[in-house]
Design a protein around this ligand. Sequence first.
Ligand SMILES: NC(=O)c1ccc[n+]([C@@H]2O[C@H](COP(=O)([O-])OP(=O)(O)OC[C@H]3O[C@@H](n4cnc5c(N)ncnc54)[C@H](OP(=O)(O)O)[C@@H]3O)[C@@H](O)[C@H]2O)c1
Ligand SMILES: [Zn+2]
Length: 320
Amino acid sequence: MSLDLAFALARRVNPRETSPNPRVGCVLVKDGRTVGQGVHHGYGKPHAEPVALQKAGARTRGAVAYVTMEPCAPFAGKRNPSCAEALIAAGVRKVVCATLDPNPKVAGRGLALLRRAGIKTSVQPDYAAAGALLNRGFFSVMRRRRPWVVLKTALSLDGKAAATNGKSRWVTGKPARNAVHALRAQYDAILVGAGTVLADNPALTSHGAGKNPLRVVLAGRRSLSKRAKVFDSSAPTVVYRKMALRAILKDLARRGVGTLLVEGGPTIHAAFLKAGLVDEAKVFLAPKLLSGSLDPNTAPRLKTPKVTKLGDDWLIEGAL
Ligand SMILES: NC(=O)c1ccc[n+]([C@@H]2O[C@H](COP(=O)([O-])OP(=O)(O)OC[C@H]3O[C@@H](n4cnc5c(N)ncnc54)[C@H](OP(=O)(O)O)[C@@H]3O)[C@@H](O)[C@H]2O)c1
Ligand SMILES: [Zn+2]
């Protein structure tokens, strides 16, 4: 269905580009043919609907618009015409969307405007979950006043995040680390605890894989050197002293952070899990055994690990 195409278009955009706005895709269909498509490419850039309308030109009249989220309605101070107004002016006959705008102040206003102009509207409940997932950060901030929180960790097979002396460079190999850099470029902010800054001195950047996220350090009572890499000029950094995690998340949402990658260490991960503030987890697993090792690079490793799925568990076995 054309809504699937609208989703596919929106998914191609890095959420960082549109943040704090949502990613939106729009497809215009007339007589069973796609006559226009558009996406919102970035904050401050045109919305998906006017892009699709422009592509379709005169073929827009009588078309059905499929949009991943309710078209926006006019609000005070907005310069461009709203998408609902643009769709009305272009003469579409029907608007089908996956979800309403989650902002309680505007939800339903775009569709109401369309209906008042005699345009049919439909919200597809089957697409509600996909619509919210497409813009996890935006929906989370609007509905819960906190970012969408993803816990990321790199572990050895025996469940260690670092060697016995606290060294965690490197638990995983180059491809996994590159994947982490690419991952960072998808998040508005990345968070670590003081223990991680002291042990690893990470820069917490995307290493050229895309925009750098805002860096967030939970320093607690520890003092950190101003020369730590996390305070270099490559991206802004926010430091919180001892503070409730919920209050920190609320403050981050206020700063425009929709998605947050929590990279550790174990103390921070435990605190987030205990507070029930984790929405998603990404665990990178290295075929090594770090227990009793001083250096992750020389720790014993499984030469040819064999992975078997046993119910919800995995057996990973192999000779050292
Ligand atoms: N393998 C991996 O994926 C990975 C990733 C990151 C780190 N690591 C490893 O993990 C180790 C470091 O972890 P860690 O558990 O020792 O330390 P950590 O989790 O990085 O940081 C803990 C610190 O955070 C502060 N903190 C906790 N909750 C806070 C809050 N609500 N507000 C403000 N500050 C808060 C605490 O301050 P107070 O002391 O004042 O309470 C504590 O000092 C290192 O060995 C590092 O190499 C591994
Ligand atoms: Zn719009």
